[in-house]
Design a protein around this ligand. Structure first.
Ligand code: NI
Length: 239
């Protein structure tokens, strides 16, 4: 009884406080139904692409969603405007090698060339910055991690959009698996993936998710990014 009465008095006190603050004031007690925001990161590999990336950027802007783009260096020439838009519209830009070579097991000199050439192409457009790396296919040997001066980005949700090339199947595969703190892998090289991405944003935003860059996602979950370390999601499963 005592606890019930205490709870009742507490509610009354809160109600009184709200009334006294006037109708325009912010309620002193947050409504119970507003739950914590859930954050997730969409990532797009293998762009920029003249046919698809612009439409994706339009759709993300309309929805207030941020994403991360891992660019192939040799795709950049001719698509500079898209790269500028990525940065200007709040997205994170990263490096996906010069010509999408599998870095796993290859010499440090070749790794360095693939990364620095793309890094320079991004810097020529966007200026100084730290352009995080996603190795093609997510593959690297552990003894290669130390070659990198930026964080490395993996993923925790992979609908294999490049294989399915089907908007509904890609959307369903992501929605079935996604949890707060995940990093979702898609490719802005396909119209079906662009459509899926926008459907995923619409569905998850309605469920209280917010789409942020990988860098923002790690910060929001209290993860401090380190050079030469792979990040799969905010649960830090990868080493
Ligand atoms: Ni790729």
């Amino acid at each position: 009884m005592r606890t019930q009465r205490a709870a009742f008095l507490g509610i009354m006190a809160a109600a009184l406080l709200i009334c006294c603050r006037g109708k325009d004031a912010v309620p002193a007690v947050a409504p119970a139904e507003i739950s914590e925001t859930k954050y997730v990161a969409l990532t797009f590999d293998d762009g920029p692409r003249a046919c698809t990336t612009g439409r994706l950027l339009d759709g993300l802007r309309e929805r207030g969603a941020s994403a991360t783009f891992f660019l192939i260096g040799q795709q950049i020439a001719g698509n500079e405007e898209l790269v500028c838009r990525m940065k200007d519209e709040g997205h994170q830009v990263g490096n996906h090698t010069w010509d999408h070579v599998k870095l796993q097991g290859i010499s440090p000199a070749v790794v360095s060339e693939e990364i620095s050439r793309t890094d320079n192409a991004i810097r020529d457009i966007l200026g100084d910055g730290t352009y995080w790396v996603r190795p093609p296919y997510g593959l690297l040997n552990k003894n290669q991690y130390c070659c990198f001066s930026t964080p490395l980005v993996h993923w925790s949700v992979d609908p294999e959009d490049w294989k399915l090339k089907n908007t509904q199947k890609v959307t369903a595969a992501v929605l079935k698996k996604v949890q707060p703190g995940d990093i979702i892998l898609l490719h802005d090289a396909y119209q079906t993936s662009v459509d899926a991405a926008l459907q995923i944003v619409d569905t998850l935003e309605a469920e209280g998710y917010e789409f942020v860059t990988v860098k923002e996602l790690l910060a929001l979950y209290g993860v401090t990014p380190q050079a030469g370390k792979f990040y799969t999601d905010t649960r830090e499963k990868a080493g």
